[in-house]
Design a protein around this ligand. Structure first.
Ligand SMILES: O=C(CO)[C@@H](O)[C@H](O)[C@H](O)[C@H](O)COP(=O)(O)O
Length: 210
């Protein structure tokens, strides 16, 4: 049975975006790896990663924080990472009382500390609640990283650094973001020192240790 032309186009679009990502030294693979290395300095020192997105990008943000709180490949201690959209009571209360645009900004003001990192994912780079979160982060001394679709866009412009995917397809942008997030995790794990990599006591509760 043959694949449909649409399915072939989907894969071709991803392949094209992946090629650009690999060769873009400023907003592609090299930048994502740099984020992982920087997080390897921030998180073991007690800093925190906050992440947020809407819709499919919310799922991506949550995927990333799970890699840090759980683990990526190798056993290692848990690190502080929170997906803001997953705070359902906070999101609904803030949205209800202050408006949807504030759902992330108010959480950033509550949780963000100078030196922390806020990673915002958006295919359009124009979602109002993410732009407000970026502004709140700046006020709190929190570094802002944006993963977006095609540049230029308002979110990438407000961020301290951006990984951008120059594709007109939302699906392609989201799929490439997942690749970039895993690159961040790989670079993070590689950059940890031996002592930082040593499993914390929490590993006593892992299934292997039980
Ligand atoms: O996953 C998809 C489309 O693939 C949608 O759920 C999509 O994420 C939503 O429309 C978002 O609201 C789009 O927001 P953004 O990525 O432009 O910030």
């Amino acid at each position: 049975m043959d694949a449909t032309p649409t399915a072939r186009q989907h894969c071709a679009s991803l392949q094209e975006a992946l090629t650009s990502f690999q060769h873009d030294g400023r907003t592609g693979l090299a930048e994502a790896a740099e984020w992982g290395r920087r997080l390897a300095r921030v998180l073991p020192a007690g800093g925190r990663l906050l992440a947020a997105g809407n819709g499919g990008s919310a799922a991506q943000a949550q995927h990333l924080t799970a890699e840090f709180v759980g683990r990526y490949r190798e056993e290692r201690p848990p690190f502080a990472a929170v997906a803001l959209h997953a705070e359902t009571s906070a999101v609904t209360a803030i949205g209800n009382d202050y408006g949807f645009e504030q759902v992330f900004a108010r959480q950033v003001a509550a949780h963000g500390r100078a030196g922390d990192v806020l990673l915002l994912l958006s295919t359009s780079g124009g979602s109002g609640n993410l732009l407000a979160a970026a502004d709140a982060a700046r006020d709190a001394g929190v570094r802002v990283w944006a993963m977006t679709g095609p540049p230029p866009n308002p979110l990438a412009a407000r961020a301290d650094a951006a990984v951008t995917v120059d594709s007109p397809s939302t699906a392609t942008v989201q799929e490439l973001h997942l690749v970039a997030l895993h690159v961040v995790c790989e670079a993070f794990d590689e950059a940890l020192t031996g002592a930082e990599r040593r499993p914390a006591p929490a590993v006593l509760f892992s299934r292997e240790a039980a």
